[in-house]
Design a protein around this ligand. Structure first.
Ligand code: FAD
Length: 392
């Protein structure tokens, strides 16, 4: 399949790059580092999102009647890729995924209430699917939503919920039919995090995670939490199906997101290795170094090709489960390889916590675990290829 950006897409990529050059990553990231206390200060993240909102980019591909700009679908992937250049990949990932699920399945009331807030960066969401016994096996979630008059009653626990202590709303999946096969009895809701009966307990503040400093990670406990009928997203017991589509988008975004950071890492490493001298010549002049950087660039180009192809087919309406899983798998693995190789060429400087390359080294590790671990991507690819045991 040929892939070529249109003039509009190229112009958008240039505009985003110029804007992001002004908002340099250190300005975006630094206050979060300095303000580590009990919980992470998310104000810089909010300010940055507001700037993106003011540009109209948070709904760049949404229909005009919903406040969007109706740009071609691939623009949001370009935006995502670019956000990784300024060290804000997690911000990129968060943009739009919830909005798009709401556009697809939300009631008119939910759309009217939440879409403008998303467009204007006025609301923070947590996403709750993981539970203590449901990580990779996400459909095994047990948090019960029992039907009561006017809505549901929630009891149980979520885990690993990023940013839950600060979010006003949770985009959550809860078990509404305990008798149904496990992926069929799950419903998607928008839950007000200020509801009575919710207790949030940071597992770790972000300071203590290996990487990704933007959020705190929490356990969230629910005791007789009421959720009104109006807050259900889509049909009852269809939540897991919706989540699967959302995962497909999240995985494409994760891959697009990785590209920017990795290209940036190779460029920075090349610059550093060129000016750093050892044994009377620049480190870059050693063949093992410039060959290795060329290999990494080749790998990144392959990831680009795979990701753009998957994005384009997805935007065209194809089912890209196989390609999106491959792109996510490749992104996670290549992220680790590039960060490790590049850090090596920075020597001791690269090992310093504040070095950008050291941050990338820590941050990329999550890509092979979150939103479906590498092994889950392999399982999906095998399923698509009909090679799982018992599949004919
Ligand atoms: C920093 C961070 C932020 C997160 N944020 C959120 C969030 O906001 N919301 C949310 O809902 N969740 C969140 N998560 C949870 C994340 O999605 C899960 O960690 C992920 O799905 C993996 O689940 P698990 O940790 O329970 O690993 P497990 O399911 O226990 O798996 C552990 C490992 O076992 C291997 N494995 C699992 N199954 C198989 C298999 N079938 N075959 C072979 N190997 C296998 C994989 O290598 C996997 O990494 C977050 C996690 C982290 C670390």
């Amino acid at each position: 399949m040929d892939f070529e950006f249109s003039e509009e897409e190229q112009a958008f990529a240039t505009e985003v790059a110029a804007f992001l050059q002004e908002v340099h990553s250190d300005d975006v990231m630094q206050p979060w580092k300095e303000n580590f206390t009990q919980l992470v200060d998310t104000q810089p993240k909010r300010d940055f999102l507001k700037k993106l909102a003011d540009k109209g980019w948070l709904g760049i591909t949404w229909p005009k009647e919903l406040g969007g700009q109706e740009g071609p679908g691939v623009l949001e992937y370009l935006l995502n890729e670019a956000l990784a250049y300024v060290g804000a990949p997690q911000i990129g990932k968060g943009i739009g995924i919830i909005g798009k699920t709401l556009i697809r399945h939300g009631s008119d009331k939910l759309k009217a209430e939440f879409l403008p807030k998303i467009l204007n960066a006025e609301v923070e969401f947590a996403v709750g699917y993981s539970e203590p016994q449901a990580g990779s096996d996400a459909a095994n979630m047990q948090l019960r939503a029992d039907k009561v008059e006017g809505g549901w009653n929630l009891n149980g626990q979520k885990i690993w919920t990023s940013g839950a202590a600060q979010a006003q709303w949770m985009f959550g999946l809860f078990r509404t039919d305990p008798e149904a096969p496990k992926h069929r009895g799950i419903t998607m809701f928008l839950l007000d995090m200020r509801s009575a009966g919710i207790a949030t307990q940071p597992i770790v503040t972000a300071k203590e995670t290996a990487g990704i400093i933007e959020w705190d990670i929490n356990e969230v406990f629910f005791e007789d939490v009421r959720i009104p009928v109006a807050n259900r997203i889509g049909e009852e017991n269809k939540g897991f199906t919706y989540q699967m589509t959302q995962f497909q988008e999240e995985r494409l975004w994760a891959a697009a997101n990785m590209i920017g950071g990795l290209e940036d890492a190779v460029t920075e490493t090349t610059d550093y290795a060129r000016q750093r001298q050892a044994f009377g010549r620049s480190i870059l002049d050693n063949q093992v170094v410039h060959f290795r950087l060329a290999e990494l660039s080749t790998e990144i180009e392959s990831l680009c090709a795979l990701t753009y192809q998957a994005c384009e087919q997805y935007v065209a309406g194809d089912n890209v489960t196989r390609l999106a899983s491959m792109a996510k798998l490749k992104a996670g693995r290549l992220g680790r390889e590039v960060a490790d190789a590049c850090l090596q060429y920075f020597g001791g400087q690269g090992y310093m916590a504040e070095a950008r390359i050291s941050r990338l080294y820590r941050d990329v590790r999550l890509a092979s675990i979150g939103a479906g671990a590498d092994e889950i991507m392999l399982t999906i690819i095998c399923k698509q290829d009909g090679t799982l045991p018992g599949q004919q």
